[in-house]
Design a protein around this ligand. Sequence first.
Ligand SMILES: [Zn+2]
Length: 622
Amino acid sequence: MSLLLLLWCGVAVAEPDRRHDEHSYAEPTRVRTKDLALELKVDFAAKRLAGTATLVVEWLDPAAQQLVLDTRDLQITRVDASSDGQTWKRVKFAVGKRDRIVGSKLTIEAARATQVRVSYRTSPMASGLQWMSAKLTANGKQPFLFSQSQAIHARSWIPLQDTPGVRFTYSARIRTPKTVVALMSADNDPAVVRDGDFSFRMTEPVPSYLLALAVGDLAFKPISPRSGVWAEPSVLERAVYEFGDIEKMIVVVEGLYGPYRWGRYDLLILPASFPYGGMENPRLSFMTPTVLVGDRSLVGILAHELAHSWSGNLVTNASWKDLWLNEGVTTYVENRVIEAVYGRELAEIENVLTQRSLLEKLKTSPPARQRLRAVATPGLGPDDLSDVAYDKGQWFLQALEVRFGRATFDAFLRKWFERNAFTSVTTDDFVASLRSDLFPKKPGAITDAELTAWLDGEGIPKTAPVAASARLRAVDDIRMRWLAGTAKLEPATLAPWSTQERVHFLEELPETLPEAQLVELDRALALTGTKNGELAQRWYPLTIRSGYRLTRPAIIAFVERVGRRKLIMPIYRALVATPEGLAFAKRTFARVRTNYHPMTIASVQEVLVEASRPRKKRLEKD
Ligand SMILES: [Zn+2]
């Protein structure tokens, strides 16, 4: 689609504004949050946060009287308003009916007050918080709490305008038991004292999904003057080693796209139940411990979360329809960092793997979810809009890089970040920048039809550059000879393989293998019981599909320890394909679910429920 839609009668009408966010009740064109001040007490026994959120707002629409906020499962006890910060008046409010996806609308009769203070407490089941008992942590001594606000979970622990189109500064005072440390996506102090009272300030305006809190038995170790790692003490040394290249990576991205604008860049290693690989909370990326494999082979995730300090945190998708502007651009930058720090060969290996897995995913992905410029659909949450935001977004930018040349494209992207710093943007803004800043550098290098195919088309355009890797071709060669029975898998030959080469070997195997081959493969690559989740998430489903049950105890141990959805969902999905596997999956889930984050529980439940439904009876033709 272009900027104008032509109706059949020939009348041109403006296309709906892509800034509009279908996943928020807020009305940011009428009134807008400028600052948020939190005062919260952390109650581990009750699994609740309780306190106040004070919003400083700016009224844009002269007729507006109400402030509309997003909430989910919050218990609102009172609302006060003030226009001078001195005198406060209790005001009326109403909490709307709960919607399954977007939660409940909170309407406040704020009457144009410039400050609004909401007193509230969270639900023990808040979708954006995970409360963990001490036994579920690495150290087993103190309980742990962490938040995951993206995409629309901030509203489950703070009443606010929960849309990436609104940015605000924030401060917080968090009270905890004296045995733990609280950290936020803000100015964390490496020399913090455990006195049960923590204060934070974030002076750069951020969107709501970047609000983050973690509380636990955490220690800090520096890696460079501006960065370091927070983790439970028993995990700290391993994490410091694994992420040792952090400063090198920051310097690489700064060289490409301009200075790091956020002060410190630290990492927090979460318990293994964290449902994601990483979360780019500003100044403090949250990381899964499942990438601590001891050889730095999975640090692409660090490059990714760091890259978000430019794409996403600095220049933000205005609504989740344009998620590719966060994730596609970040995945592109991630690969550039891998290339600069670890070499072209590894970057190309990653590209081959990414392209293959994307093409595989596209085979089963609904057409509407194959577009970069996604369209909101009633009944779908923000996570369900696009299957391609990361990898197709990256591929699109790689195609532009090839067409315009690296130096020209780097200068374009640097200008994009500089010009749009601390704002929220849409795909239409990106296209406008392409037309004004990139296309004139080499007219005709990409056609309008190609641009439309990338942004609004399904699948991958035929002209896309295809990645290739000699090292992966060598892996292909060994796999083919082994499957043909003309070669054995010698552990000594395979020992030097990187995680990526091992992954590639497994990915291109047939759907099932005979038991003898599974045994030989397991011996050669030491798969059963592996600590490397990238191998586990491919090996265990292969054994399940092949009906090979000897890995079952290791499967239970793996899904009990790990809650990262990417790693465990392929295992659950493989299990539910047979009645016996479904029964095993249900038993296992019942046993391990208390270890999981609410998001992981929801994902596993969806797969189990879907598989338990009786198959629809086929209608017989007469
Ligand atoms: Zn990301």
